[in-house]
Design a protein around this ligand. Structure first.
Ligand code: MN
Ligand code: MN
Length: 461
């Protein structure tokens, strides 16, 4: 053999996905990304994503799964976990004793939650106090348009849904930063300390009501909230209100190859999981899609992936077939669909390029996550990686491998460990992201599209 022939037959030849798509695939990708963008514009919180999923499932013939329900192959069922997390399944032709094919993503994203007593006035400006949720760089959240999303449980027992800052006619909210002219001391601080948590106070208004006494700006803000939503200050105590970046998912770059949006982590994988399942016929193995909450804070709590809500859902399906839940888990496979960090030439020193995911090279398969010595990792076996490799290759899905940065630099985790701890073979995979956890994150259309094809192939494996 010549050297050239040896190179062709022995070595990998990764290619940029943009150069590999046929005209037909490109058109499908563009149309997929339009639907994904619409999903992103509608869903900025786990509640909004859950509501969206319920409506989409209802429109596609899915029924709520309830205890004692009879189940037959091809049945489409879902469980709304208290409005904050979501599970759906299409029942396969094989028994659940043969296991399920599961894709698990999360629909919570880093943001600023309002504190339980958020509203105050200082020097004739009204503010909300916030407590950041998930890993953020605090300085990134100042001087950008912000929106208020969430629900309030009012004294009369009714729940009101609030969205302010997304409609073009709405005002937006904002957090201030210091002018550079007076920032001599601030500029000496580290990025971690330049803006601190207790400075992430959201400006609500500056106009006092006419009258005597203090806090007339605060009172005016409360009056506006009362007129529009019927709220009184005590209602904040039974509310989940959150501050997120205002605005829509946008095409980015002169070639429009990227999408910029708040919360690609991890709704870009969540959407990739839902869409192929909505129209799926009867798969061989039962296909299960999970939209989890609380991944960004450790997957704890009733709507997080460590919750027994997953067992509750799967056990109802298993009971209907007389199958033991543990038996089903032992034969199941889970794609933990979460984003990875795309290599960014602006920060080459943080990554080991040979093993980092790259924009446009397809869905990134991550054998292990964790940090510094694989701590906290769910390390997928050779067999599990082999299963994914074969499945994706056979389905013509463009994929690459990924690790999260240089070994000593840091790391991260996903829900993978919590799935694997249940005795379910699990592999991490997802879309490479630039500026992960920033108010606006970037992904490539090619990678988003390939991740959807990957989820579809896993369901059908
Ligand atoms: Mn994530
Ligand atoms: Mn994250």
């Amino acid at each position: 053999m010549t050297t050239e022939e040896l190179r062709d037959s022995l070595l990998m030849k990764p290619k940029n996905g943009c150069t590999l798509l046929t005209a037909e695939q490109r058109a499908e990708m563009e149309s997929y990304c339009k639907r994904y963008s619409a999903f992103m514009d509608a869903c900025k919180t786990e509640r909004e994503a859950t509501d969206w999923a319920v409506a989409a499932c209802e429109a596609h013939g899915f029924k709520p799964l309830v205890p004692g329900m009879e189940i037959k192959p091809g049945d489409k069922v879902y469980l709304n976990n208290r409005g904050k997390a979501f599970l759906m399944a299409v029942v396969g032709s094989e028994s659940l004793a043969k296991g399920a094919n599961i894709c698990a993503a999360h629909v919570d994203s880093p943001r600023l939650d309002l504190k339980p007593n958020p509203l105050y006035e200082s020097d004739e400006i009204a503010f909300f106090k916030t407590h950041y949720y998930g890993g953020i760089k605090k300085y990134q959240w100042t001087t950008i348009p912000l929106a208020l999303h969430g629900v309030v449980y009012r004294k009369d027992g009714t729940v009101v849904t609030i969205t302010i800052g997304e409609d073009d006619n709405d005002p937006v909210l904002m957090i201030s930063d210091l002018l550079p002219h007076l920032a001599a001391d601030q500029m000496q601080k580290t990025l971690a300390k330049g803006i601190e948590g207790e400075q992430l106070n959201v400006i609500l208004g500056t106009q006092p009501l006419e009258g005597e006494g203090g806090d007339l700006v605060k009172l005016n803000v409360m009056k506006l909230l009362n007129e529009k939503y019927g709220l009184i200050e005590a209602d904040f105590r039974s509310a989940e209100l959150t501050i997120v970046p205002a605005g829509r998912c946008r095409e980015v770059g002169l070639d429009r190859s990227l999408l910029g949006a708040y919360g690609h982590d991890d709704r870009v994988c969540a959407y990739a999981e839902i869409e192929p399942l909505l129209d799926m016929g009867t798969p061989t193995h039962t296909a299960v899609c999970i939209l989890a909450d609380k991944e960004e804070t450790g997957s704890n709590g009733i709507s997080g992936m460590q919750s027994q809500a997953f067992e509750y859902f799967m056990e109802m399906l298993c009971d209907a077939q007389g199958v033991k839940l543990n038996h089903c888990f032992a034969n199941s496979f889970c794609l933990s669909a979460d984003v990875s960090n795309a290599y960014d030439p602006n920060f080459p020193e943080t990554c080991e390029k040979r093993n980092n995911s790259l924009l446009n090279y397809g869905v990134a398969i991550c054998k292990y996550t964790g940090a510094r010595g694989k701590s906290g990792a769910s390390d997928a076996s050779a067999e599990a990686m082999g299963h994914v490799r074969t499945t994706l290759d056979n389905a013509g899905v463009l994929w690459q491998t990924a690790t999260l940065g240089k070994v000593d630099q840091g790391g991260g985790g996903t829900v993978a460990a919590y799935m694997a701890n249940r005795n379910i073979v699990t592999v991490d995979a997802g879309v490479p992201v630039i500026s992960m956890h920033a108010p606006i994150e970037l992904v490539s259309k090619v990678d988003a599209y390939m991740t959807m094809l990957a989820c579809k192939a896993i369901y059908l494996a």
